[in-house]
Design a protein around this ligand. Structure first.
Ligand SMILES: [Zn+2]
Length: 155
């Protein structure tokens, strides 16, 4: 016998708040990566010459050879749409008037998952060139959302 059969009037959802706090740190490389976005409007990668890989977001260690990566480089603010999806509902399940576009944007040998905006859906395509649009400096908080979105651009 299931719980719902035993307690048919039991609440199906619990509304309220849980008194839980948690902290997540971005780590040494993550903090430096996010500070470069916040303070300088730059997207940084870290390079492993031994493996020939430029990690974006920048990392402290190479995932292949485990070398510590001390070569950081500005990879620019332009990337390529590697893949994308359209969101037709909000988080609460209500329908959106316009779909939101979320893409994996290839930068260096890695990339970022982020929103695309200022885009016509008919133009949306794999491989299209996009550029980061940063929030105004006074509104940045050290988050990946300091990049407001990416938009189509030309080389
Ligand atoms: Zn390596």
């Amino acid at each position: 016998m299931s719980l719902l059969e035993r307690y048919p009037n039991a609440p199906g959802a619990w509304l309220g708040e849980l008194p839980i706090t948690s902290r997540y740190t971005a780590g040494l490389a993550g903090e430096r990566f996010l500070r470069a976005i916040k303070d300088d409007g730059k997207i940084m990668g870290s390079r492993c010459d031994r493996c020939g890989i430029t990690y974006v977001p920048a990392r402290q260690f190479c995932e292949r050879c485990l070398d510590e990566l001390d070569e950081w480089l500005d990879v620019g603010t332009k990337g390529e749409v590697y893949t994308f999806t359209l969101l037709f509902e909000n988080l609460d399940g209500t329908a959106r008037e316009e779909p939101e576009v979320v893409a994996f944007i290839r930068l260096g040998d890695g990339g970022l998952v982020h929103k695309l905006d200022e885009i016509h859906l008919d133009d949306l395509d794999i491989g299209m060139l996009v550029e980061a649009v940063f929030k105004p400096e006074t509104e940045r908080q050290g988050s990946i959302l300091d990049i407001a979105y990416f938009r189509p651009t030309s080389p």
